[in-house]
Design a protein around this ligand. Structure first.
Ligand code: ADP
Ligand code: MG
Length: 701
C-alpha cells in the first residue's frame, strides 16, 4: 500500500533493516555493501532488463535466441552423466511440438518434482540442439492441476545482483519497498513549476514504470534508455550531480586566497628568454589564470590541452606569479618520469632568472631529503617539483600560494586536496591549477566540471608535422618488422605497444614478453627494450631512461607508456590489437610520437574482421589528430562511461543518466540548478542526498 500518511522526507531515508520483512542484520549488511541502506536506495535500484511473462508462446512458435515463456507437460525425463551430471526434461504442449529443458546442476527434489505428466511453465532462451530446441537452465514453476492460467500484467524486472542475495529475494524486497512508495506530493522534491513543459512523468510514476512496466510498455525505448520514465530519473540525477559539484565550489569560495597581483616582471623575463613564441591559445589561457589569481578568492581552474600543446610553460608562467609575490608554487606529476621532465624544463627556464627550483620525489632520501624539506619549509625553494611525495604529511611549505597538478586523474582527489591544504593558513587556501591532456567534449565538460573553470589550449605550436596514421591487418606484421629495421638503422626510435583489453596484467605482460623475444630475435641489429606493468618501478624507469637517452632503439611496451614520456626522436609507433582500444586511449598512445621535427607514423594493427564500431574508430584515428574532435567522436560512438576523461570525474558512476544520450537535458539541468541554489538551497541538499549521498565525500572541492 502506498504510504501517503508519512509525508515528510525522512520516509525516504528510513533504514531498510527492521522495516522490511525478511531483512535481518546479515541481509542488511549485504545490502549495505551494495550501498542499499534506505527505502529510497531500493526504489532507485533499477532493473537491468525485463522478462516478459505476461504471455505464453506455443512451443512450435519459439525462435532460437528469443526469450519466451512456454507451458507444457513433461513427456520424458532423462537423467545421465556425460562428463558431468545432466538432467533432460522434454515437454510438449498443444502445439504438438517438443522442447527440451536441460539442467547441469540440480537437486534430487527437482528430479522428483519433474515427473512425467506434470504441468510446468518455464521461461528461458531457446537454442538449437540435436532434436529441435532446448532451454538450458530455464526458470520454471510446476503448476498444480487446479492452478489457473493467470499471467502477470507487468513485465518482470531483472535487477543488478547484490552479492549473497538471490534474485527472487531481491525482487521481493524491492516489491516491498515499492509498496511503501509515497504519493507524488510526498516524494517529489522538484517544485512542480520546474517540471512544467518537460512532458515527463512524476517521480513516483517514473519509479513505478521502471520497476513494473506494463505489458504494452515500449521495451525498445526502455532498452535504449529513452523512455520518459528514464528521462525523468536521469534529469533528477544529473541535477543532483550538478548541485553537488556546485555546492563544493560554493564552499571553496568561502575561503580566501592570496592575491597574486605583481606587475608580471618575472613572467615577462621568462617569456623573453623562451626559444619559441607562445601560441595564441597559450597566451589566452595564461591571461585567464592571471585574472583568477588576482582575486582574493581561490582559483580552481582546469587547463585542457592536447598532448604537446605546451601546458608546461603555461604552468611555469603561473608559478612566476606566485614567486613574484614572494610566495611558493608546487607542481606535482603522477609519475617520477613525468615529474623529472617537468623539473628539467623548469630548471632550464627558471634558474637563469635566479629562481630556486627544488625536487622532491620518493627516491630523494636521507640527508638530501632533509635538506629539500628544510628549503621548502623556509621558503628558500620558490618552486617545488615532485611526485606524490609532495603531498606527504611531513612536507611543510613556507607559503604555498599555487598548487599545480598535472594529469590529476592519475592522482586521487584526496591527494590534490592534501596538496592544497598544505598552503592553507587561517581562512586562506592556495590557488589550484589542474592540467590534463585528456580533452573531454564541451557537453561533458559542462556536467563533469561544474565546479571548475575550464580553459582549453586548443592549438599546437607551429612546425609540428602531424602524425600519419594507417591501419593494417595483423597479417602484414612482417612488413612492419622491416619498417622498424629501416627506421632504427637510420637512427630513429620506435614503440611497439602490446595491448590485450580484458586480460589481466599478467597475461598482457606475458604477451609483451613474447613480442619482445620475437622482435629481438628478428632484429638482431636493433637494441630492444621492454616495459610492462608487472615490472618493478625502478626497473621500468631505468628502461624508460635508456630509451630516452637513445640507448634503446625499439621499446616494446604495454599501455604503461600512455601518459608521460617525451622522446622527440621516437617517430614510429605500432599498436597491436588497436581494434580493441577506445579512441581516447589510442589518441593518448599516439601522442608519444610526433614530438620532434621528423615526420612520424603510427601503425594500428588489427585482427580482422573489424566490427562496425572498430572500423569507425580506426577511420577517425586516420582522419584526425585533434584531441577535441576525437573526444567528441568517442562520446558519440561509445557513450561517456567509457571515456577516459570521465573516469577521473566519477561521472561513470551514474545510476541511470548517460551523458551522451541525455546531453540535451544538460542546459535544463543547469537552469534548474541555478534556480534551486538561488531560491531553495535546502531542496538542493535533499536532492543531493537522494542521489549522490555519501559519494559526495569524494568529489572535488
Ligand atoms: P604538454 O601540453 O603535452 O604537456 P609540453 O608542455 O610538454 O606539452 O610541450 C611540448 C613541447 O613543446 C615542449 O618541448 C615545449 O617546450 C614545446 N613548446 C611549448 N610551447 C611551445 C610553443 N609555443 N612553440 C614551440 N614549442 C613549444
Ligand atoms: Mg605535459
Amino acid at each position: 500500500m502506498p504510504n501517503a500518511s508519512r509525508s515528510n522526507e525522512p520516509a525516504f531515508n528510513q533504514p531498510i533493516a527492521g522495516l522490511l520483512r525478511g531483512v535481518g542484520p546479515r541481509m542488511a549488511e549485504k545490502l549495505a555493501a551494495r550501498g542499499l541502506l534506505t527505502l529510497q536506495d531500493l526504489w532507485l535500484h533499477l532493473p537491468l532488463r525485463y522478462e516478459d511473462r505476461t504471455q505464453l508462446t506455443a512451443i512450435r512458435d519459439l525462435q532460437p535466441g528469443v526469450p519466451a515463456q512456454v507451458e507444457g507437460r513433461v513427456e520424458a525425463v532423462e537423467r545421465g552423466f556425460r562428463f558431468r551430471p545432466l538432467l533432460r526434461v522434454a515437454i510438449d504442449d498443444q502445439s504438438n511440438a517438443t522442447l527440451v529443458l536441460r539442467f547441469f546442476h540440480f537437486r534430487a527434489a527437482q528430479v522428483a518434482q519433474l515427473a512425467v505428466g506434470v504441468r510446468v511453465r518455464c521461461y528461458g532462451t531457446p537454442k538449437p540442439a540435436q532434436n529441435g530446441l532446448e532451454m538450458v537452465h530455464p526458470s520454471y514453476r510446476v503448476l498444480g492441476e487446479e492452478d489457473g492460467d493467470a499471467l502477470g500484467d507487468a513485465l518482470d524486472p531483472v535487477y543488478p545482483t547484490v552479492e549473497g542475495i538471490g534474485p527472487a529475494s531481491l525482487r521481493k524486497l524491492i516489491a516491498q519497498a515499492l509498496d511503501r512508495l509515497p504519493q507524488d506530493a510526498a516524494l517529489e522534491l522538484l517544485p512542480p513549476a520546474m517540471l512544467d513543459g518537460l512532458n515527463l512523468p512524476s517521480l513516483r510514476q517514473a519509479v513505478i514504470s521502471m520497476h513494473r512496466p506494463a505489458r504494452d510498455a515500449d521495451l525498445a525505448a526502455l532498452a535504449a534508455g529513452t523512455h520518459p520514465a528514464q528521462r525523468r530519473l536521469a534529469l533528477e540525477e544529473l541535477l543532483a550531480h550538478n548541485l553537488s559539484l556546485r555546492r563544493q565550489r560554493i564552499s571553496l569560495q568561502q575561503h580566501g586566497a592570496p592575491r597574486l597581483d605583481g606587475k608580471g616582471a618575472l613572467v615577462a623575463a621568462l617569456v623573453a628568454a623562451l626559444p619559441f613564441k607562445l601560441t595564441s591559445a597559450q597566451q589566452r589561457v595564461f591571461k585567464q589564470i592571471r585574472a583568477d589569481v588576482r582575486q582574493p578568492l581561490p582559483m580552481l581552474r582546469l587547463v585542457q590541452g592536447d598532448v604537446g600543446s605546451g601546458k608546461t610553460v603555461v604552468a611555469a608562467m603561473a608559478a612566476m606569479l606566485a614567486v613574484e609575490s614572494g610566495k611558493q608554487a608546487a607542481l606535482a606529476a603522477p609519475t617520477e618520469l613525468l615529474a623529472e621532465q617537468h623539473l628539467a624544463n623548469l630548471r632550464q627556464w627558471l634558474e637563469p632568472l635566479g629562481i630556486r627550483v627544488a625536487w622532491l620525489a620518493g627516491k630523494v632520501t636521507g640527508k638530501a631529503r632533509a635538506q629539500v624539506m628544510a628549503e621548502v619549509a623556509s621558503g628558500a625553494a620558490q618552486v617545488v617539483v615532485g611526485t606524490h611525495a609532495l603531498m606527504q604529511e611531513a612536507v611543510v611549505f613556507h607559503d604555498l600560494a599555487l598548487a599545480i597538478v598535472d594529469e590529476q586523474h592519475r592522482f586521487g582527489v584526496h591527494q590534490r586536496l592534501a596538496l592544497r591544504d598544505k598552503g592553507a593558513s587561517g581562512d586562506s587556501v592556495p590557488h589550484q591549477l589542474i592540467m590534463t591532456a585528456t580533452p573531454i567534449p564541451r557537453t561533458l565538460a559542462m556536467a563533469a566540471y561544474a565546479d571548475l573553470d575550464v580553459s582549453a589550449i586548443d592549438e599546437l605550436p607551429p612546425g609540428r608535422t602531424p602524425v600519419q596514421t594507417i591501419a593494417l591487418g595483423a597479417e602484414r606484421r612482417p612488413e612492419l618488422v622491416e619498417r622498424i629495421r629501416a627506421a632504427c638503422t637510420e637512427g630513429r626510435q620506435a614503440y611497439w605497444v602490446c595491448t590485450l583489453i580484458d586480460e589481466s596484467d599478467e597475461v598482457v605482460a606475458q604477451a609483451a614478453q613474447g613480442t619482445y623475444e620475437a622482435l629481438s630475435a628478428q632484429l638482431p641489429e636493433v637494441r630492444v627494450g621492454l616495459v610492462h606493468g608487472r615490472m618493478k618501478p625502478a626497473e621500468k624507469q631505468a628502461t624508460m631512461r635508456a630509451f630516452k637517452s637513445g640507448a634503446i632503439d625499439l621499446l616494446v611496451a604495454t599501455t604503461v607508456i600512455e601518459v608521460g614520456v617525451d622522446v622527440p626522436n621516437a617517430s614510429l609507433m605500432i599498436v597491436e590489437n588497436a581494434e580493441r582500444l577506445g579512441l581516447a586511449q589510442l589518441h593518448q598512445l599516439r601522442g608519444r610520437v610526433g614530438r620532434g621535427a621528423a615526420a612520424s607514423n603510427c601503425v594500428l594493427l588489427y585482427q580482422p574482421p573489424l566490427s562496425q564500431m572498430a572500423k569507425q574508430r580506426l577511420a577517425t584515428m586516420r582522419e584526425t589528430n585533434d584531441g577535441f574532435l576525437i573526444a567528441e567522436k568517442d562520446l558519440e560512438l561509445r557513450g561517456p562511461g567509457e571515456l577516459l576523461g570521465t573516469r577521473q570525474t566519477g561521472l561513470a558512476a551514474f545510476r541511470i543518466a548517460d551523458l551522451a544520450r541525455d546531453a540535451d537535458l544538460l542546459p535544463r539541468v543547469r537552469e534548474l540548478a541555478d534556480a534551486l541554489l538561488a531560491d531553495s538551497p535546502e531542496i538542493a541538499d535533499r536532492i543531493i542526498a537522494r542521489w549522490v549521498g555519501g559519494a559526495a565525500r569524494y568529489a572535488s572541492a
